[in-house]
Design a protein around this ligand. Sequence first.
Ligand code: GLN
Length: 188
Amino acid sequence: MKTIGVLAIQGAVDEHVRMIESAGALAKKVKHADDLAGLDGLILPGGESTTMRKIMKHYHLMEPIQAFAKEGKAIFGTCAGLVLLSKETQSGEESLGLLDAVSVRNGFGRQKESFEADLSVDVFGPTPFEAIFIRAPYLVSATSDVTILATVDEKIVAARQANILVTAFHPELTDDNRWMRYFLEKIV
Ligand code: GLN
């Protein structure tokens, strides 16, 4: 059985644990670098990327997570997790730099702080994915190594590069575990 860690600093940690288990894998909360040992993959949940970055630095988690990815282990970042994984943020914040793309925090603006959208996702076939966006970021540009998996108003909201998967929305807040299954079956 695959074991997937969830960075348990902030955000929708228990919801990710539930989704991992519903997709048939074991979940483990990650608070310290030592907790990464033995994991097959890692989830960086949503939350507040500024706070998450501060705590990750405080607990010396940035380099161990980068090393985890360099070993080829899979990482799935949702919302703030997308911001933390992207190589650059448009507002210039430091990041893990593991996805060759530029993110825009709170990219949908105040008018659209939270919304739902039916996404068409080629890798899932014809049934749309009902995505929940909460002060969501998006990717404004990405290199050709990055595969775009879904867009909203031409903004990139889901993408993959080798062992890194990101969504700007919160799949863990729905009962539809297709993103988790995709992560487990195709990436981990
Ligand atoms: N706006 C948040 C940030 O940039 C992300 C919001 C979320 O994760 N729901 O950190």
